[in-house]
Design a binder for this molecule. Structure first.
Ligand code: THU
Length: 147
């Protein structure tokens, strides 16, 4: 789909590349009159479905929502709480570099996802990198701490 490849792989299509393409596609819906920084996220659920999200900004700034949380909250509202991976594509127009999730989104992901949950970052040059939640949010506070 659209030629995305892992940075260390030869050309070829895989489920991660397809997920990145979905994130790139929904990025077009981002509402960003204040930052002009558009982000798309595609969340792969355990049942194989994909829930999409984009960032949605607000004139009061504070109520703005990241693409990742839009996707997670939408999925939970659909009754989905188990997730395998999320692809994220973000940036200003074509100069798309890695867009790692913000700290708040990492914490929201940690509420529902294991440490091996994959975070796939797509770039404008059609490559992507793969990270895990435990790598991006080590020694985190989660539901288990409240037991
Ligand atoms: N943003 C996201 O949607 N996801 C991220 O991972 C980082 C930042 C949004 C928030 C805001 O609308 C814009 O990008 C600039 O920070």
């Amino acid at each position: 789909m659209d030629g995305y490849n892992h940075e260390s792989q030869a050309a070829g299509e895989d489920w991660r590349a397809r997920l990145v393409c979905m994130a790139l596609d929904v990025r077009k819906n981002a509402y960003t009159p204040y930052s002009d920084f558009k982000v798309g996220a595609a969340l792969l659920c355990a049942d194989g479905s994909v829930v999409l999200g984009c960032n949605i900004e607000n004139a009061a700034y504070g109520p703005s929502n990241c693409a990742e949380r839009t996707a997670v909250f939408g999925a939970v509202a659909q009754g989905k709480r188990k997730f395998k991976a999320i692809a994220i594509v973000g940036g200003r127009e074509d100069a798309l570099e890695d867009c790692p999730p913000c700290g708040v989104c990492r914490q929201v992901l940690a509420e529902f996802c294991s440490g091996s949950f994959e975070i796939i970052l797509g770039r404008g040059d059609k490559t992507y990198t793969v990270h895990t939640l435990s790598e991006l949010l080590p020694y985190s506070f989660g539901p288990g701490n409240l037991l």
